[in-house]
Design a protein around this ligand. Structure first.
Ligand code: C2E
Ligand code: CA
Ligand code: CA
Ligand code: CA
Length: 274
């Protein structure tokens, strides 16, 4: 069976400034895809840097387009956000993640926390936003939420996050360092984890400035009682640097790209990520 490797998702680029008609067509196709099972969720293991063992996964959506082939999320999440499809899409991802979790349990794996990406645009569709909220709370022992730092500039997003946290849902700030979140927000937000964007991670072994940035994020996180995950780790040198800096968890192609649910079974059983 052909394995889907992260690189194969980048090939097609129906850019968001494509002609209006093309975009309308894509929106229609995406709407259909959500219902037709043409989306799939892949899971990227997150590794505990102290033990080297996988400890959770991140759910990352892909679109298996009947004509265009595999389309990566960078190509259609923006479209989904602008067309209000992001609510139904997120609901679908959550349901799929819960279904997959049950399958992992049946395969004898321990409980694997699944992080789901949550977009502020979900709030524009109150019905979907409410359903997403209820799902997350119902499965708070299983699901965690990742919200980009830039979303935290928005009052409604912060309110939604506060309510989720108050109901016991664990939240991480995604792409930390790229979105200008004010430290005042960070102080008041009920988040548990900062995710350092791969922008600051990929050249960590050779860039002193990146090291200084990651070091300060770790210091800040630890002072606030938060955990840190680094994304985009592609080399052993970067992993070693992250360990020295006190980063607790990481994900990246060094261990595994996002893979189909069934492939996760082997990663956990074998003791290392994929
Ligand atoms: P993100 O949340 O920052 O996810 C991390 C991205 O980095 C993923 O790209 C992942 O495949 C990629 N990545 C992980 N490790 C490495 C590595 O070592 N090297 C490289 N080059 N890349 C690595 P992906 O899957 O293409 O997703 C891109 C973005 O699309 C995500 O960025 C997220 O913002 C968004 N996205 C994906 N799935 C969903 C979803 O279900 N809902 C929402 N709202 N957004 C999603
Ligand atoms: Ca994420
Ligand atoms: Ca992102
Ligand atoms: Ca990122």
């Amino acid at each position: 069976r052909a394995k889907s490797r992260a690189g194969s998702w980048a090939a097609y680029s129906p850019s968001l400034d494509a002609p209006r008609l093309t975009r309308l067509k894509l929106v229609g196709e995406l709407r259909g895809a959500i219902g037709a099972g043409d989306l799939e969720v892949h899971y990227q293991p997150v590794v505990d840097l102290r033990t080297g063992r996988p400890c959770s996964v991140e759910a990352l959506v892909r679109w298996r387009h009947p004509v265009r082939g595999r389309v990566g999320p960078e190509q259609f999440i923006g479209l989904a956000e602008q067309s209000r499809l992001i609510g139904p899409l997120t609901l679908w991802v959550i349901d799929e993640a819960v279904r997959q979790s049950l399958a992992w349990r049946e395969a004898g794996l321990p409980r694997i926390p699944v992080a789901v990406n949550w977009s502020i645009h979900c709030l524009r569709d109150p019905g979907a936003a409410d359903a997403i909220h209820r799902r997350l709370v119902a499965h708070r022992d299983l699901l965690t939420v990742e919200v980009t730092e830039s979303a935290l500039a928005d009052d409604d997003a912060r309110d939604a996050l506060q309510v989720l946290a108050a109901e016991g849902v664990s939240c991480a700030i995604d792409d930390f360092g790229t979105g200008y979140a004010s430290l005042a927000h960070l102080r008041r937000l009920p988040v548990d984890r900062l995710k350092v964007d791969k922008l600051f991670v990929e050249h960590l072994a050779e860039e002193r400035k990146d090291r200084a940035i990651v070091r300060s994020v770790v210091d800040l996180a630890h002072a606030l009682g938060l955990e840190v995950t680094a994304e985009g780790v592609e080399s052993e040198a970067v992993a070693a640097e992250l360990r020295l800096l006190g980063v607790g968890a990481a994900q990246g192609h060094l261990w595994s790209p996002a893979v189909e649910g069934e492939e996760i079974t082997g990663a956990w059983a074998g003791g290392t990520a994929a």
